[in-house]
Design a protein around this ligand. Structure first.
Ligand code: F6R
Length: 610
């Protein structure tokens, strides 16, 4: 979604701002803009569309020598994606310019009050209230004015402000949306995520909620919620910018698919001890609390929800705890039944998804034990979770998740084994065998990718003209079908549905006719025979079936039209292999259809609005 950059330093700001905005393009946006402090005035350049439009405008309009500036990519929420609604927004006096990520929930009340006092609004955005509030709160002190303004805002915000009276400085603050700062030789950089500043430094300061930073060319001074100075230490980001670049691949998505052996291994291997047990760096439940758990609730959105769906089957099988799985936007408004013996597992790649964050806060308020599976270090969900287990997938740039999904599933396997061990449901040998099977997975992931890429490329040809596709499966295969179907629809724009195979005959089978393409996920041994019956049902109605199964079932597959075979593995981990050809299928179909794979229409990488 929206992205923020800022720079105060010795050099010209414009090239740094544009470079930072380009690094944030992957988040999804529909307009972009910058503001720079030029002597006593603030100069704003902004436009609808891609950053290349903004570059063209800047090239035509000015070669600003300014060394301080802010920039923004906007993903429209309040008001159309047009030039006027693009950020930065200027205050009525022209003293302030602001860029903002998040949503101001009380903006209508604030706007009405400001209008009553004569403030004139030019845009439809919620952000413009911040600009005018800055004018209204101006007391001659830049930091104090921003703090007084932020205190009136409800909702989520990360804001960066320029003030014409303080042309060498930027002030930023946040609540609910992230901001990161980096200080180096050439100046101080601000970004809504680290990819915007990693080219300059790996040592970054994460601004905490309600903290404010006063930034200039020499560094940043931080103030806590109460306004007192805070001594912050930088954190080292272990990955470098090349991890966030295409590295010779045509698309980030393909690169990230191919990185899954490493993502899985980096996530799993540090948690498996030499004697074959599982250990986490931040698992705050005591053995006693684990034994007292009565149920588990898994909450997430999109693919993270699908990872949770796979985790549900494994967790229930191993821990014998009832596991319910919920979409975060449903969970938060259904007044869920929760208590202190419920473990709420929250899953999020970005750690910033608004509904998932709200669900976590609800679970925390209700006194549940919360455990967050997160990829982005120090993100809001990571900061607010009771315990945090990081997926070490590295930066994921493509909007459609692949390696983060696989790493999330890997963490769920680890949690299931860990809890089962603590509850005495897996003895020492069984746990060691489970860990051995898990450790074998990266090599099997690699083998699957190597074996099936060419075949998938060929099979994708028959998906190109499709308007509809169906993905069916049972149990773990159903969890995979949901993810496979999402991968297909979100990047190739082919309508697809995932169905629990046994449920088809309760309605949806009426859509199956001669030639309908049905992808049958049939890898999980426990239900293989049952899924086979469902394959026969759709075949009998004329469907063409592409089955995904394992080598151990090859003979039983019978007369499916096309088959993809994955290697045999511990059946509980089959989703991890089975999803790989499905990711490639979505990718190659979208590629053949000429779609914008890394930035599909209407989608954003980090969904920070509900
Ligand atoms: C689909 C996809 C999304 C995300 C969802 C949750 O490919 O990436 O469905 O999984 O928006 O995002 P996070 O994991 O950041 O909370």
């Amino acid at each position: 979604m929206c992205g923020i950059v800022g720079y105060a330093g010795k050099n010209r700001a414009v090239p740094y701002l544009l470079e930072g905005l380009e690094k944030l393009e992957y988040r999804g946006y529909d307009s972009a803009g910058i503001a720079v402090a030029e002597g006593g005035a603030l100069r704003v350049t902004k436009t609808r569309g891609r950053i290349s439009n903004l570059e063209a405008l800047i090239a035509a309009e000015h070669q600003s020598p300014a060394t301080v500036g802010i920039g923004h990519t906007r993903w429209a929420t309040h008001g159309k994606p047009n030039d006027v609604n693009a950020h930065p927004h200027r205050s009525m006096s022209g003293r302030f310019c602001v860029v903002h990520n998040g949503i101001i929930e009380n903006y209508l009340q604030l706007k009405a009050a400001l209008q009553a006092e004569g403030y004139v609004f030019v845009s439809e955005t919620d952000t413009e209230v911040i600009a005018h509030l800055l004018d209204k709160s101006w007391d001659g002190d830049f930091v104090s004015t921003v703090r007084k303004t932020a205190a009136q805002l409800e909702g989520a915000y990360a804001i960066c402000v320029l003030c014409s009276d303080c042309p060498d400085q930027i002030v930023c603050t946040r609540w609910g949306s992230p901001l990161v700062l980096g200080v180096c030789e050439s100046g101080t950089f601000i970004g809504s995520d680290v990819t915007a500043i990693l080219r300059h430094t790996n040592d970054v300061y994460y601004l905490d909620g309600h903290e404010t930073a006063l930034v200039d060319a020499h560094g940043a001074v931080f103030f806590g919620k109460d306004g007192a100075a805070v001594d912050k230490q930088p954190r080292r980001i272990e990955w470098n910018l090349s991890a966030a670049q295409k590295g010779g691949y045509e698309h980030f998505m393909l690169k990230e698919i191919m990185e899954q052996p490493k993502a899985f291994s980096d996530t799993v291997s540090p948690r498996i001890t030499a004697d074959g047990t599982i250990a986490f760096e931040d698992f705050r439940l005591t053995d006693d609390e684990i034994r007292r758990l009565r149920r588990v609730a898994v909450v997430a959105c999109g693919s993270a929800y699908h990872a949770g769906a796979a985790g549900k089957y494994v967790l229930e099988k191993l821990t014998r705890l009832p596991v319910e799985i919920d979409i975060a936007s449903e969970f938060r408004y259904r007044d869920p039944v929760l208590d202190e013996d419920t473990l709420v597992v929250v899953i999020s790649q970005s750690g910033e998804t608004a509904d998932t964050l709200a669900a976590l806060r609800l679970a925390n308020e209700r006194g549940c034990k919360t455990l967050c599976i997160v990829n982005v270090v120090s993100s809001s969900i990571a900061n607010e979770g009771g315990s945090v287990i990081y997926t070490h997938a590295g930066p994921e740039i493509a909007v459609a998740t692949t390696k983060a999904y696989s790493a999330q599933v890997a963490v769920l396997y680890l949690i299931a084994g860990y809890l089962a061990g603590k509850k005495g449901l897996l003895d020492k040998e069984q746990l060691a065998a489970y860990c051995k099977d898990l450790s074998a997975m990266p090599a099997l992931i690699q083998k699957t990718l190597d074996d099936c890429e060419k075949q998938i490329q060929a099979l994708s040809q028959m998906f190109i003209p499709l308007e509809h596709a169906y993905f069916i499966g049972r149990n773990l295969d159903y969890a995979c079908a949901m993810e496979a179907s999402l991968k297909m629809k979100e990047i190739s724009y082919i309508h697809s549905e995932a169905y629990a195979a046994g449920e088809l005959k309760h309605g949806t089978i009426s859509l199956i006719e001669k030639g309908t393409l049905v992808v049958a996920l049939a890898a999980y041994s426990d239900v293989f025979q049952k899924t086979l019956s469902n394959i026969k049902e759709v075949k009998a109605r004329g469907a063409r079936v592409l089955a995904v199964s394992t080598e151990r079932h090859v003979d039983a597959l019978g007369e499916v039209d096309y088959r993809i075979l994955i290697p045999d593995c511990n059946p509980l981990f089959s989703v991890t292999l089975e999803v790989l050809p499905m990711q490639l299928l979505g990718y190659y179909t979208a590629r053949a259809r000429g779609c914008d794979i890394d930035k599909p229409r209407n989608l954003a990488k980090s969904v920070t609005v509900e």
